[in-house]
Write a protein that binds this ligand. Structure first.
Ligand SMILES: Cc1cc2nc3c(=O)[nH]c(=O)nc-3n(C[C@H](O)[C@H](O)[C@H](O)COP(=O)(O)O)c2cc1C
Length: 328
């Protein structure tokens, strides 16, 4: 798949996820075969007010490529300025968020609220496309609710004004994250587009990825929650798409090694206090796969220092070693 002049091959992508797809998790995902990673959503208004957090979210690793920076907002000029900042920070593409369902985001008219306002959505996309030389993509939901499936029509309009790919999360805003994604929405968008379409929603296994590509005509799959504690999923999917075979699951040593690398890099970048607070959920996601893992996950939630975290991972490794590990 090509997005503008960027070759994305194999087409297995990490989803933008606030609180998760920071530069450490992107580095891990890239090392495990994700060929395009996108930052957490950056609020364009906050950026306009020079918020340190927004600048921090846009920090990329040296040589991190290809990478997208995702921006969210509903003022065309402010979004154009944010896109320009994203390009200046080294993004290979800028992605516009039209999917976020969170109340405080949609109350501002941002995220999935834009699915209800065609004229404004198109103005934003046009302004962003004109502001940068890098490709612009839009990640959207299918519509506001089941009675207003606006994505097929909007995606076509975005294509007309210069967007280079569409990402579709196959749910509506009213679905939030409840119930299965409806991949039929991906088919409906596919019919209207000639630019690449990235399918997203409930791809949990290599078999799901192939089924999505074959049944919807999407050019790529984007993985969100299934990568939690399992960044190897990108490699498993790429291998399965290429060969039809399954790679063996990483053993306890490998999982523990990844968890520790993740932990150490987070501490380097964010400092111990913030890193440990953020790593509690991440470690709980890594320390799974045996019938007794629940106790380790519970203890992960109580961690306060790096030393405690390291010793919990080490204890889990000895507990899980020589057992057959599952993925949940
Ligand atoms: C914790 C979390 C944070 C998310 N943050 C963002 C975000 O910042 N921008 C965005 O476009 N989507 C965001 N999403 C949605 C995901 O990118 C993706 O569309 C959704 O999780 C469905 O894919 P999945 O079934 O593979 O998880 C987030 C999802 C989760 C679970």
């Amino acid at each position: 798949m090509n997005i503008g002049n960027l070759a994305i091959d194999p087409p297995v992508l990490l989803a933008p996820m606030a609180g998760v797809s920071n530069r450490v998790f992107r580095a891990i995902s890239r090392s495990q075969g994700a060929t395009l990673c996108t930052t957490e959503m950056v609020n364009a208004n906050a950026l306009a007010h020079k918020s340190a957090k927004s600048y921090w979210l846009m920090e990329l690793d040296p040589n991190e490529t290809p990478v997208g920076i995702q921006i969210a907002g509903s003022d065309p000029d402010i979004m154009a300025a944010a896109a320009w900042e994203a390009e200046r920070h080294g993004a290979d593409l800028v992605d516009i968020n039209m999917g976020c369902p969170v109340k405080k985001v949609v109350q501002n008219g941002d995220g999935s609220a834009l699915l209800n306002d065609e004229a404004l959505a198109v103005r934003i996309v046009k302004a962003v496309v004109q502001a940068v030389k890098i490709p612009v993509t839009v990640k959207m939901r299918a519509g506001w609710d089941h009675n207003s499936i606006t994505a097929p029509y909007l995606a076509e309009k975005f294509q007309e004004v210069g967007v280079k790919a569409i990402g579709l999360h196959a749910r509506t805003r009213s679905d939030q994250y409840v119930g299965p994604a409806n991949w039929e929405y991906i088919n409906q968008v596919r019919e209207r587009l000639t630019i690449p379409l990235i399918g997203n929603g409930d791809v949990k296994t290599p078999e799901d990825a192939r089924r999505m590509l074959e049944s919807t005509g999407a050019d790529a799959v984007m993985i969100g929650r299934a990568s939690f504690g399992d960044p190897w999923i990108f490699r498993r999917i790429a291998h399965f798409l290429a060969t039809g075979g399954n790679l063996p699951a990483p053993d306890a040593d490998e999982r523990a090694k990844m968890a520790l690398w993740h932990l150490n890099r987070m501490v380097e970048i964010k400092g111990e206090a913030v890193a440990i607070a953020e790593m509690r959920k991440q470690l709980a996601w890594y320390l799974k796969g045996t019938p007794d893992s629940g106790e380790f996950r519970r203890r992960a939630q109580t961690l306060t220092t790096k030393v405690q975290a390291e010793s919990l991972v080490s204890e889990w490794k000895h507990h899980a070693r020589d057992r057959e590990l599952t993925w949940s």
